[in-house]
Structures are given as structure tokens and as C-alpha cells.
Design a protein around this ligand. Structure first.
Ligand code: BG6
Length: 279
């Protein structure tokens, strides 16, 4: 495939191709492995996504940071614990289907198919980042899908950020025995946070250290996951520096397993996340 001048392909590791985007409006990196947006920033901004300096670039290993695509289920499989966490597609190479550029940015298209699981991802990168995941049902039977666009956002200091937009939403708190709670006010981080909010609304991450607000809009997604592993869990993750929990918060455009979507034969469902920075 002939790539436009603002996109070039390099091997980050042997047999590990990534697309490097260098456009007048933005720069970024997309791995074919996992159809993974590893980095993105408008050219006048600091990096918007957090990418672990200890991320592993080998087939079969999910990349820590950026935007992992969790699909067709979220976290542990709902009834088969032997299957990989967060689905089938974050640790395999996707097919590159298209790459184009315009004055507004670049568009990259990737696809995945294994048996009756078929998905496509469109990445629009410019002053905003839009990632859209289409799930298809190529089979003759109804299938169920859930998952997440598991976005790691780069922050100045986790202890000083605040997430708005989920006030008054119910959430499933999964730190300890799962329990439903109601959000009071905005979210601040003082320990591990692992929550599935019932919300299809916009969220705002206010960062007084980097002096910016990251706005996350979404569609096709009935739940928003907020995650930070905090100190002990971060230390247990080999592909994350011990103190890296201070540097990111995940706001995940998701479909929880509880609200999995049924797809009839030939049906398609799209979830999409749109990220921008405001000052
Ligand atoms: O370590 P993984 O498989 O990438 O998962 C990271 C986290 O992903 C989040 O989406 C989940 O809510 C957490 O429970 C999980 O720990």
C-alpha cells in the first residue's frame, strides 16, 4: 500500500511494524499489533496519551498504554476464565486496510477477522483524535459483544487531577467485592480506582499541572470505565514502572459485559471515542 507523505512505516522491533504520523496538525504512532494507538498529540500540546516506557513490543503481548482495543469482551471473559483478559484482538496483528491524509489530519483503517469475530477500526488523527470500532456479525447466529477503547491519558500528577461528567451516575466498584455505588461530585484519586460507570455522557479530565482539560466524547457506549491501579498493583505489573500510576488515568469508552450488545447476523455496532484538549 502506498502511504501518504505524513505517514511512514517502520519496524519498532523485528517484524513489529508501526505507523509514524508526522502531520502539520499532529504527530502520533499506531501499531498494527492490536490496532493500537500508542501516541498522539496536537503539535502545540504535550503528549495526550500515556505509554509505558516498559511496554513490550512482541507479538502476543498487549502494549501497556495508549489505546488498547479490548474486544469482544471486557476484562475477564464472562463465563470462561481460561480465555485472555480483555478479548482476542489486543495481542494480535491487524490488517492495514487504508491510510490517507488531508489538511485536517490522517485517517488509518485496520481490520480483524477470526472465525465469526470480525471488527474494523478507523483512526482519525488531527487536532482531535477519533477512534471508532465497528463490530460485525458475519455468522448465521446472534452474537454478543462487549469491550473497551481502553484509553490511558497522560497526566501531570494523579493526586491533583479531577474527572468531571460522571456526577450522579451509578457505578460498579470492582476494588474488593463488587458493589454498586452512586458518584457524589467529581472523581479524585487517592487510592486504586476500578469502576464501571453507567454513563454514555462526556467526561472531562482537569489537569492543573499540565494546565489543560482533556475532553472525552463518545458514542455507542453505555458504560465508562475509570481505572488507576495505584501503588501496589502498578508495582505488580512488569510492563509498568513502579511509580507510573502517578502519570496516567484511564477513561475507557466501553460496553461492560453486563450491558453486552446482541448483534443479529449481518448487523454492525460502532463505538467511538473523540478526544481533544482545551485550555
Ligand atoms: O492488565 P490489563 O489486563 O491490561 O488490565 C488492566 C485493567 O483494565 C481495566 O479496564 C480494568 O477495569 C481493570 O480491572 C484491569 O486491571
Amino acid at each position: 500500500m502506498k502511504l501518504p507523505s505524513s505517514i511512514r512505516i517502520i519496524d519498532l522491533a523485528p517484524d513489529y511494524p508501526v505507523l509514524q504520523i508526522s502531520h502539520p496538525l499532529c504527530s502520533g504512532t499506531v501499531a498494527l499489533h492490536g490496532a493500537h494507538v500508542m501516541a498522539w498529540r496536537p503539535n502545540d500540546e504535550e503528549e495526550v496519551l500515556y505509554l509505558s516506557p516498559q511496554a513490550v513490543y512482541t507479538g502476543g503481548v498487549p502494549i501497556r498504554g495508549g489505546i488498547p482495543i479490548c474486544w469482544p469482551w471486557f476484562n475477564a471473559h464472562p463465563n470462561n476464565k481460561e480465555l485472555p483478559s480483555h478479548g482476542l484482538v489486543r495481542n494480535v496483528f491487524w490488517q492495514l486496510k487504508g491510510a490517507s491524509e488531508s489538511k485536517d489530519g490522517v485517517t488509518i483503517k485496520l481490520s480483524f477477522r477470526k472465525d465469526n469475530w470480525q471488527a474494523a477500526l478507523t483512526i482519525d488523527m488531527g487536532k482531535e483524535l477519533v477512534v471508532s470500532l465497528q463490530s460485525y456479525n458475519p455468522s448465521n447466529e446472534k452474537i454478543k459483544i462487549s469491550g473497551a477503547l481502553h484509553t490511558y491519558l497522560n497526566v501531570g500528577n494523579i493526586g491533583q487531577i479531577r474527572i468531571r461528567g460522571l456526577e450522579a451516575s451509578n457505578y460498579l466498584d470492582t476494588v474488593g467485592p463488587p458493589i454498586v455505588r452512586k458518584q457524589e461530585g467529581s472523581i479524585m484519586f487517592q487510592n486504586e480506582v476500578d469502576r464501571i460507570y453507567e454513563s454514555s455522557g462526556i467526561t472531562y479530565l482537569d489537569d492543573p499541572v499540565l494546565k489543560r482539560t482533556i475532553v472525552v466524547e463518545k458514542s455507542g457506549s453505555p458504560s465508562t470505565v475509570i481505572w488507576n491501579p495505584w501503588k501496589d498493583k502498578a508495582a505488580a505489573l512488569k510492563d509498568l514502572p513502579d511509580d507510573a500510576y502517578l502519570r496516567f488515568a484511564c477513561i475507557e469508552t466501553s460496553i461492560s459485559n453486563q450491558s453486552a450488545i446482541s448483534l443479529n447476523p449481518a448487523d454492525c455496532h460502532e463505538i467511538s471515542t473523540k478526544i481533544r484538549v482545551v485550555h
